[in-house]
Design a protein around this ligand. Structure first.
Ligand SMILES: Nc1nc2c(ncn2[C@@H]2O[C@H](COP(=O)(O)OP(=O)(O)OP(=O)(O)O)[C@@H](O)[C@H]2O)c(=O)[nH]1
Ligand SMILES: [Mg+2]
Length: 168
């Protein structure tokens, strides 16, 4: 299967098919539940994948009962991009509620939602976000903030209000 599900779900468009320059800043929202064994490796892979010029921050929204927040905080010091963790004592809404909480706090142009369990390839984040950005530029409905979500097994694009790209 192609790594880029955008191309599987969106109409083929020469402009969108080509590598794009991403316009704007990105918040990576990563919901976590007991991912202490994965978050260090995930941040390491993100560090390799995210280009220096991409204004990007990582926000973990955590409902864990293990030491995931402490592992994130320790690993965060090793990365050039801002990494923060919001630990919720009460997991209102579970996974979905965590994503909503992250979206509320993000103030960047773009939001990418990805899992912490290493199922979503970080190296697809930059270009997939850029393609969402390009699509927004050619769209008739300019969203103030658009959402690019990373994840396998779900639609590559939705109608509105935001373009959704899933680079996993
Ligand atoms: N904050 C928060 N994160 C959650 C919760 N449940 C799952 N997650 C996280 O959400 C992401 C997706 O969860 P998964 O259990 O991997 O879901 P999935 O990918 O659909 O299922 P698998 O195919 O079994 O991996 C992971 O990063 C989890 O740690 C929750 O209740 N709260
Ligand atoms: Mg998973």
């Amino acid at each position: 299967m192609s790594e880029d599900l955008w191309s599987l779900h969106a109409p083929v468009d020469a402009e969108l098919a080509a590598p794009q320059a991403l316009t704007g800043s990105v918040t990576l929202i990563i919901p976590t539940f007991n991912e202490a064994g994965n978050v260090g490796e995930l941040l390491r892979r993100l560090g390799e994948a995210l280009p220096d010029h991409l204004p990007c921050e990582v926000l973990f929204v955590d409902d864990s009962t293990d030491d995931t927040p402490a592992v994130i905080e320790k690993a965060a010091a090793d990365h050039p991009f801002p990494v923060s963790v919001l630990h919720r004592e009460v997991a209102v809404g579970g996974l979905g509620g965590a994503v909503v909480e992250g979206v509320k706090r993000a103030d960047t142009d773009w939001i990418v939602v990805m899992d912490a369990d290493l199922q979503h390839p970080p190296h697809l984040v930059p270009n997939s976000s850029a393609r969402a950005s390009a699509r927004a530029r050619t769209s008739s409905w300019p969203p103030a903030t658009s959402v690019a979500a990373a994840g396998p097994g779900s639609p590559g694009a939705t109608a509105s209000p935001s373009p959704v790209v899933r680079p996993g």
